[in-house]
Write a protein that binds this ligand. Structure first.
Ligand code: KG4
Ligand code: ZN
Length: 364
């Protein structure tokens, strides 16, 4: 709890006033008393302000989320100070909405759980500051949460998954393969040596100016690539998956990003269009980059499964691969992973898309 006492000193008066106001306006009419302990989860590590209430048996009582995607799409990426400001503007409303939809009053909570790392420092600070004021007022315990551990463990809300299991986390900021031996006992098997797959897909989508595409203008980069890829031919461009010879479970995506960048520049010349206009071949490029990303992720995961099986790190009769993070909502990538798990007699589990991307439920 060292982090808490250290951070507690930096709260400003206006933030403190906001929490009082929050507790006062929370117009609660008591209903049935709750039988189980209730945890409020708060997530502000990146560009989503999210909150949810979950009980100790895993029932989701209610949630609320505000996504900043549209704002950041316009600026061509996340500007930390803008993300921080948007979290500040929305956190009170979102927490209040999560509590209201759960029909829970703040005093009925048993604890407040909030993401404390990893993430953008300015964004994390908003959730942490708000939560510490709240627990101070309510005299409730505070539970600091590791964002990646939350992604990895979310599946246990929905399925009975015993430890150990293998987890693949693929998002905009992270890319890792780990053996989950317990709630906070992780053995890291591989990670990206450079950028995360979501970051790469976001950069390719920006380079293709998909924000100007009528069908993709409000989608995140990865979602836009998945959408457009359905209209393209993945074999139109021959792009080799990265790290084919590396005898480990690490990943790399920045080389792939540069290869695609060169293809786009070449195509702009051939089609006689300016940077910033949409290529006629954009769908083929989207299909090829999605296919290469899926192949790379599937091959590295295959290695990790074989390694764990050989070293008896996974139960042979009950080996489970859990895939989560924003990129895990990509159905083409999921299909590629299904081929790997079928071939290795593993069970593949993915939370539904809304629980793959950042949310308050996974924190609660
Ligand atoms: O887990 P997440 O919501 O936030 C973190 O990065 O922690 O993941 C967001 C990332 C973005 O890079 C976004 O482009 C990507 O997930 N993403 C997708 C899809 N939906 C979101 N990537 C591929 N296919 C999708 N359908
Ligand atoms: Zn995340």
């Amino acid at each position: 709890m060292l982090i808490l006492s250290k951070t507690a000193g930096v709260f400003s008066k206006p933030a403190r006033r906001k929490t009082y106001e929050f507790l006062r306006i929370f117009n609660f009419h008591p209903g049935k008393p709750f039988l189980h302990k209730l945890v409020l989860g708060i997530e502000t590590s990146c560009d989503d302000t999210a909150a949810a209430v979950v009980d100790e048996t895993g029932n989701i009582l209610g949630e609320a989320i505000h996504s900043q995607t549209e704002v950041h799409l316009k600026t061509g990426g996340i500007v930390p100070s803008v993300a921080q400001q948007l979290h500040k503007e929305n956190i009170q409303r979102i927490v209040q909405a999560a509590l209201s939809s759960s029909k829970v009053c703040p005093r009925e909570l048993s604890a407040v759980a909030t993401t404390v790392k990893p993430g953008l420092a300015l964004s994390l600070g908003v959730g942490l500051s708000f939560s510490l004021h709240l627990v101070d007022q309510l005299k409730k315990p505070f539970i600091p949460i590791h964002h990646m551990e939350a992604h990895a463990l979310t599946i246990r809300l929905l399925n009975k998954v015993d430890f150990p299991f293998l987890v693949l986390l693929i998002s905009g900021g992270h890319c890792l393969l780990a053996l989950v031996r317990g709630v906070s006992d992780f053995l890291l098997l591989g990670k990206s040596l450079d950028i995360a797959p979501g970051d790469m897909l976001d950069k390719v989508a920006r380079r293709l100016s998909l924000i100007k595409h009528p069908e993709c203008s409000t989608m995140s980069g990865g979602k836009a690539i998945e959408h457009l890829a359905k209209q393209g031919n993945k074999l139109h461009f021959d792009i080799k998956p990265p790290m084919q010879r590396a005898k480990n479970c690490d990943f790399s995506f920045s080389g792939l990003q540069h290869v695609v960048d060169r293809i786009i520049t070449q195509k702009e010349k051939e089609e006689g269009i300016q940077k910033g206009e949409i290529l006629a071949s954009a769908a083929h490029i989207a299909a090829a980059v999605q296919h290469t990303t899926a192949c790379h992720i599937a091959k590295r995961t295959h290695r990790a499964i074989l390694f764990c099986k050989q070293k008896r790190l996974l139960t042979p009769s009950n080996a489970v691969l859990v895939v989560s993070g924003g990129v895990a909502s990509n159905l083409y990538i999921r299909k590629a992973l299904e081929i790997v798990t079928n071939a290795t007699e593993c069970t593949l589990l993915c939370p539904p898309p809304r629980l793959c991307t950042d949310n308050g439920i996974m924190i609660a």
